[in-house]
Design a protein around this ligand. Structure first.
Ligand SMILES: Nc1ncnc2c1ncn2[C@@H]1O[C@H](COP(=O)(O)OP(=O)(O)OP(=O)(O)O)[C@@H](O)[C@H]1O
Ligand SMILES: [Mg+2]
Length: 503
C-alpha cells in the first residue's frame, strides 16, 4: 500500500500510509482505539475506496473496488465483529461467501474442501451446527475457513483474539504459524502486546491515522511499542491500596441457572460482596460465568435460590428494575447487547436510563441534558468521534466499548457487574479503566469482575472465586497462599485446605 489516505467528515482516518507484507510473514498492526487500523484494512479489502494512494501485489498495481475483487486477488479478511448469519448453519454460511458457488448449492464439494483444510491446519468444525450455537472461537474458525476456501494468500485478522479464551487463542496461533510456514501472508491487529511480540515478525504502529513507526519484534519490547502507540509511557502494573470492606451490598444465595442448551449452567453458587471491594470470578470461559452475570442482572431466569442487593430481593426482577436498585452491567457481547447501532451516540449514552428524571419529562426526552451527559462521557472516557451527532456504528470498535463503559460506570453504581471490561481497549484505555474501577472501589462501590486474564484479576481484586462447571471451587483472599493453586482450581479441583497443601 502506497500513500493511502482516507477521511470521514473532513477528518483523516488514514493519511499517507505506506505498508508492505512479504510472503511467509506475519505483520502486526498496532495503534490506539480509533487510530485507523480497521479503516486501512477495509481499504485493502475493497470495502472503502481511498482518496489517494495505490495498492500493488507482486509489484503490479491493482484496483480493488469491492471485496469480490480483493478475494480474486487472494486477499481474505476476518472482521473485528463477526459477520456470520446467526440462524444459518455453518455450511450455509460458508457457501454464501464462496466465490465459486454456482446456482446449485455445492455442499458436497465444500464439505470435501473443508475436510482438507481441517486436516492441513488441525481445525475442528461441525458443518451442520447453527452459527448461534457456536462459541466465539468456533465462529472465528469458520471465518478463517471461508477466507482460505476462497484462496486467500493474504489473510487480514482484525483483533482476532479479543473475544477468545486463552485456549482458543493458543489454537488460533498454531493455525497461523502453520499458514505462515506454507507461505501465507498475515496482517494481525491486536491490542495485546504479548501476543504481538509472540507471533509477529514485524510491527507497524499507527497513531491518529498516520504511521509513527515500524519495528522488528526481535529488536523491540512491549514497553517501547506501547510508548510508540500512545506517545507516553504506560503503567503496566498499578497499585491497589488496602481498604477495609464496608457494609454488605450483594448476597447471592444458592442460585441455580439453566444455560442456552438447556443444561444447568450455574449450580448452587453462594457469595456476599461488600462495599469497597473488587471481587473477581476467574475461570475458563464457558463454565457458567456468562449465565451467572446474566442471572444477577436480570437477563436470565434464576431457577432457584435468591439474590439480594442491600437487603432488597431482586431475584428475577426485570433488568431495568435491577438497574434501578443500583446494579450496572457491562455485558460480555457489548456490540450485540450493549448498543443500538443505528441510533446516535447521545441516544446510546442513555440506554436503560432514558426514564430517569434528569433525562425525560413525561414522554419527551430532554435532549439538552442527554447531549451534555454524552459529552461528559466522551470527555472523561476519551471516546474519539468527530461529534455526538454521529451514529454509533461509525465509531471504531474500541471507542464503542469506551462509550458503553462510560455509560455504565459514570453514575457510581452500588454494584458494577463487569464482564471482560478491557476487551478491545488499547493499552492506554485499559490503564484508565483499571484506575477507574479502583476509584469506584475507593468511593464505596462494589465491582464483580469476570475475567480470564489472571494478571488483571491479581492486580485488581480483593477476593477471587474460581468457577468450574457452574460451581465455585473456592474463594480466596488476594494474599492467600492458595492463589498459586488457582490453575488447578480452574481445571476443577476444589480449594485445598492449608493443612492438605504440600509445603
Ligand atoms: N464509516 C465511517 N464513518 C465515519 N467515521 C468513520 C467510519 N469508519 C471509521 N470512522 C472513523 O475513522 C477513525 C478510525 O477508525 P478505525 O475503525 O479505523 O479505528 P481502529 O484503529 O480500528 O480502532 P479500534 O482499535 O478501536 O478498533 C475513527 O475516528 C472512526 O470514528
Ligand atoms: Mg478497529
Amino acid at each position: 500500500m502506497k500513500g493511502i489516505s482516507k477521511s470521514f467528515h473532513g477528518i483523516h482516518a488514514n493519511r499517507d500510509i505506506n505498508l508492505h507484507v512479504e510472503s511467509g510473514e506475519i505483520l502486526g498492526l498496532l495503534g490506539e482505539n480509533g487510530a485507523g487500523k480497521t479503516t486501512l484494512m477495509n481499504i485493502l479489502y475493497g470495502l472503502y475506496q481511498p482518496e489517494a494512494g495505490s495498492i500493488e501485489i507482486n509489484g503490479r498495481p491493482i484496483n480493488i473496488k469491492s471485496p469480490m475483487e480483493s478475494i480474486r486477488h487472494g486477499i481474505g479478511m476476518v472482521h473485528q465483529h463477526f459477520m456470520l448469519i446467526q440462524n444459518h448453519s455453518v455450511i450455509e454460511n460458508i457457501a454464501l461467501g464462496y466465490k465459486d458457488t454456482p446456482f446449485f448449492f455445492p455442499k458436497i464439494k465444500i464439505r470435501e474442501r473443508v475436510k482438507e483444510f481441517s486436516r492441513q491446519f488441525d481445525f475442528k468444525v461441525d458443518l451442520n451446527q447453527k452459527v448461534w450455537q457456536l462459541s466465539a472461537g468456533e465462529q472465528q474458525r469458520i471465518e478463517i475457513i471461508k477466507a482460505l476456501l476462497n484462496g486467500a494468500d493474504l489473510l487480514i485478522l482484525d483483533e482476532p483474539t479479543s473475544v477468545l479464551t486463552p485456549q482458543e487463542i493458543k489454537e488460533l496461533i498454531d493455525i497461523l504459524r502453520k499458514m505462515k510456514a506454507q507461505g501465507h501472508m498475515i496482517i494481525f491487529i491486536s491490542h495485546k502486546l504479548d501476543e504481538i511480540m509472540d507471533i509477529c515478525d514485524r510491527v507497524t504502529v499507527l497513531r491518529k491515522g498516520e504511521i509513527v513507526g515500524h519495528a522488528h519484534t526481535r529488536d523491540t519490547d512491549k514497553k517501547s511499542l506501547a510508548r510508540m502507540m500512545v506517545g507516553r509511557d504506560v503503567v503496566f502494573n498499578i497499585s491497589r491500596e488496602k481498604l477495609a470492606p464496608g457494609g454488605q451490598v450483594l448476597n447471592v444465595d444458592n442460585i441455580h441457572v439453566t444455560g442456552d442448551k438447556g443444561m444447568p449452567a450455574v449450580r448452587g453458587v453462594s457469595f456476599d460482596l461488600y462495599e469497597n471491594e473488587i471481587f473477581g470470578i476467574a475461570g475458563v470461559a464457558g463454565n457458567g460465568q456468562r449465565e451467572l452475570a446474566e442471572a444477577i442482572t436480570g437477563i436470565r431466569k434464576i431457577d432457584s435460590g435468591k439474590v439480594h442487593v442491600r437487603g432488597r430481593e431482586i431475584t428475577n426482577l426485570s433488568p431495568r428494575k435491577i438497574y434501578d436498585n443500583g446494579v450496572s452491567h457491562v455485558p460480555e457481547e457489548r456490540i450485540r447487547f450493549g448498543i443500538a447501532p443505528g441510533l446516535f451516540l447521545y441516544d446510546n449514552a442513555i440506554l436503560k436510563q432514558h426514564h430517569l428524571k434528569k433525562f425525560s419529562r413525561r414522554y419527551f426526552l430532554k435532549y439538552g441534558q442527554v447531549k451534555n451527559h454524552a459529552k461528559t462521557i466522551i470527555r472523561d472516557f476519551k471516546v474519539s468521534t468527530h461529534s455526538i451527532d454521529n451514529q454509533i456504528r461509525n465509531l471504531s470498535g474500541g471507542n464503542i466499548q469506551k462509550l458503553i463503559l462510560g455509560r455504565e460506570i459514570s453514575e457510581q453504581p452500588q454494584l458494577l457487574v463487569a464482564s471482560h471490561p478491557t476487551y478491545g481497549l488499547d493499552v492506554g484505555a485499559t490503564e484508565f479503566l483499571r484506575q477507574h474501577l479502583l476509584e469506584l472501589r475507593k468511593k464505596g462501590s462494589t465491582v464483580l469482575l469476570f475475567s480470564e486474564d489472571l494478571e488483571e484479576i491479581f492486580e485488581l481484586c480483593d477476593r477471587v472465586a474460581v468457577i468450574f462447571d457452574g460451581e465455585f471451587m473456592g474463594i480466596l483472599n488476594s494474599d492467600d497462599p492458595g492463589l498459586c493453586d488457582i490453575g488447578l482450581m480452574m481445571a476443577g479441583s476444589k480449594r485445598l485446605e492449608p493443612k492438605d497443601r504440600a509445603s
